[in-house]
Every structure is written in C-alpha cells, then in structure tokens.
Write a protein that binds this ligand. Structure first.
Ligand SMILES: *Cc1c(COP(=O)(O)O)cnc(C)c1O
Length: 347
C-alpha cells in the first residue's frame, strides 16, 4: 500500500473523533452524516485553526445540510444527460466521465453530494467501460473531463489503463482531470504518478482551491510536480458564503494561485444542490468580487464567473454590467468606475 492510500485510511470519518479533537457536541450531527458521510484527510484537518473557520466550514458536517430550501439532488440534470451510466454528455464536443465515486475529503458543498462518498472506491469497471465505449463510438467528442468523485483516488495502474484507452482514440484531442487532491491530499501527487501522467499529453488538470489558507508548502509542491510534468494547471473555485465571499480573500487566493503556477479558470456560483443552501451567496456578491479583481490585479488572476444553469442548460459566464449603448456609441465602465465612450460604428 502506498503512503497516500494509508493517508486515506487514516482520514477522519467518525464524529467521536471530531468531538475528541475540538470538544464540540456532535450529537446533532448524527443524522447529517447518516445522509451525507464525513471524510477529512489529516492534511486538510491540519489547516483548521478553529471551529467555524473557512476550512472547517468546507469539511465539517453542519445541521443546516438537512434544511430543505427548494433545492434538488441533481439540479443540473446530470442523470438525464447520461447516455450511459457515469458519463455526462451535455455539450456537442466534450463529455464528463465519472471514474470515481469518492474523494479524499468530502466537501460539504459538493455538487454531487447525494451520490458521492458512500463507499470509498471506484465506479464499477463495467460502468467506466460503457463510458469509454461511448467515447470511442462518437467522433464528435474531442475533449473528455475525468471527474467523480476524485479521479486521483484511483491507483496509478487503474488510472493509467483509462488514460491509455482514451489516448488511443484518434478523434479525442485532449484529456482533462478534475481533482482536489493537491489541496486535500498533496501526498497523492507522487513522482511516479507524474511520470505516468506525462505520457498522455495533451493532458490538463483543473484543481480546486477555495481559500488562500489551502495554499501550503505541500500543496505548492504537489502543483510544482504536476507543472514540471508539463501539465497546464487551472483552478475552479466555488463561491461559498463564509468561506471566500469577500473580495480581499478572493484576490489573495487568485494571486497566490499564480505563484504556484495555477491559472484561475472558473469561479462557480453555487449550484442549487440539496443540502448546500447555507453556502449560497447572491449573484450580486459574485459580481462585486469580479469588479474587485478585474483591472485591480493581473488579468491572469481573473477567472470567469459562471452560473451553471439548472436542467443542464450550460455554463454562462457573467460580467458586471459595464456596457451601455447609445446608438453607435458604447459607454464602458472601467475598473475605476469611470464611464468611457467608445465608438462602435462597425467601420
Ligand atoms: C463544466 C462541464 C463541461 C466542461 O465545460 P468547459 O466550459 O469546457 O470547461 C463539460 N460537460 C459538463 C457536463 C460540464 O458540467
């Protein structure tokens, strides 16, 4: 067994451990973890400074998860858009392949909360096989996103088999892996893993940092190894109430990501997922944050702010309302709030 696999075994899954560590009453949380299990790696746990802080909120069960707020288990209709189990085909040229049904740390705000984490382990080999065959049969697919759960919970050999099979498909132009391992289980990013991954270029990794405290020397080292293997790194952040819904926190996060060679890609508005309502912010808050980033810091530090529309209607990037038109004249608001005229007469 590899060290990272032992780390998974040692992760915190029982409420009694939580109460022993933090001296809190965990009795009210019992029904929460029956419905939505808890798993926190020792690394991620070590980032908690005190109960209720931004790391705590992301991983410790909360009674509010059982509140009903008109939310849905699958608001993006991922099941409906699955031609075969474990594969989501929403856009014409790309698909998501769910290769794992668990994560090293179970995020309380997870978009697939009802389906993830009940058993550690992988999606059944037969279901992955059906997904792979679907991609092989569909020449319109040129991009595949491996997700889950966390694809890096697969052992190197299992992941390699999937990547090798994808790599052989002539119409597939690129592979992406979405993983939170650099954040929650940095020891997973071994040199062996990286030398395996680099055989499958063009391979992209999007990771998932939500708060500057998550950028530690260990997560920085994990990202450095991946980048040194020639893998371009992006980041998807979720806008979370009480965690990062603050322009200064978000700016620091985006700037620090660039220092570890991770390029901010998406800032996600929370999906309308059952059990996560207490993390929701207004869209207004997201736009305020975007206004605080754009122009005030490197353009490279500015992600797209996206709403993933209900029903699987797609991601829509939204911008602060900066463009007003008057005939052939545009009035654009810059980052200082100045309104500047721009001729738009088509010549
Ligand atoms: C987000 C997503 C993708 C990838 O979208 P990009 O904008 O290309 O990153 C593909 N399929 C589904 C179902 C998605 O949710």
């Amino acid at each position: 067994m590899e060290q990272w696999q032992r780390s998974i075994e040692k992760s915190l899954t029982r409420l009694e451990e939580l109460s022993a560590l933090f001296h809190i009453d965990v009795e009210p949380l019992k029904p929460v973890v029956e419905r939505y299990p808890m798993r926190i790696t020792r690394h991620y746990l070590s980032l908690i400074k005190e109960p209720g802080d931004p790391i705590w909120l992301q991983c410790v069960p909360d009674i509010r998860e059982l509140e009903d707020g008109n939310l849905l288990a699958d608001p993006l209709n991922e099941e409906g858009l699955s031609p075969v189990p474990g594969l989501i085909h929403r856009y014409p040229d790309r698909v998501v392949l769910l290769v794992s049904s668990a994560c090293p740390t179970l995020c309380r705000f997870c978009m697939r909360k009802a389906r993830i984490g009940h058993q550690i382990g992988l999606n059944g080999g037969s279901s992955i096989d059906a997904g792979l065959r679907y991609i092989e049969r569909n020449p319109s697919i040129r991009d595949v996103v491996l997700s889950g759960g966390d694809p890096l919970l697969l052992p190197d050999e299992g992941l390699k088999e999937i990547l090798a099979r994808l790599h052989k498909i002539s119409h597939l132009e690129m592979i992406r892996i979405n993983t939170r391992a650099p954040v929650t289980l940095p020891e997973r990013i071994t040199l062996h893993l990286c030398s395996m991954l680099r055989k499958f270029h063009p391979l992209y990794i999007n990771t998932h940092f939500n708060h500057p405290v998550e950028i530690t020397s260990r997560s920085a080292e994990a990202c450095a190894r991946l980048a040194d293997a020639g893998i371009p790194l992006g980041n998807q952040t979720v806008l979370l109430r009480g965690v990062n819904d603050d322009p200064e926190v978000m700016k620091k996060l985006m700037q620090k990501l660039l220092t570890i060679r991770v390029r901010p890609y998406y800032l996600h508005q929370m999906d309308l997922v059952e059990g996560t309502g207490h993390f929701r912010t207004t869209v207004e808050k997201g736009l305020e944050i975007m206004s605080a980033l754009r122009g005030h810091t490197s353009g490279m530090a500015t992600p797209y702010y996206v709403i993933d529309l209900p029903g699987g209607k797609g991601k829509v990037p939204i911008l602060p309302g900066d463009v007003k038109r008057n005939g052939k004249r545009l009035f654009l608001r810059n980052y200082l709030g100045e309104v500047v005229e721009y001729p738009d007469d088509g010549r």
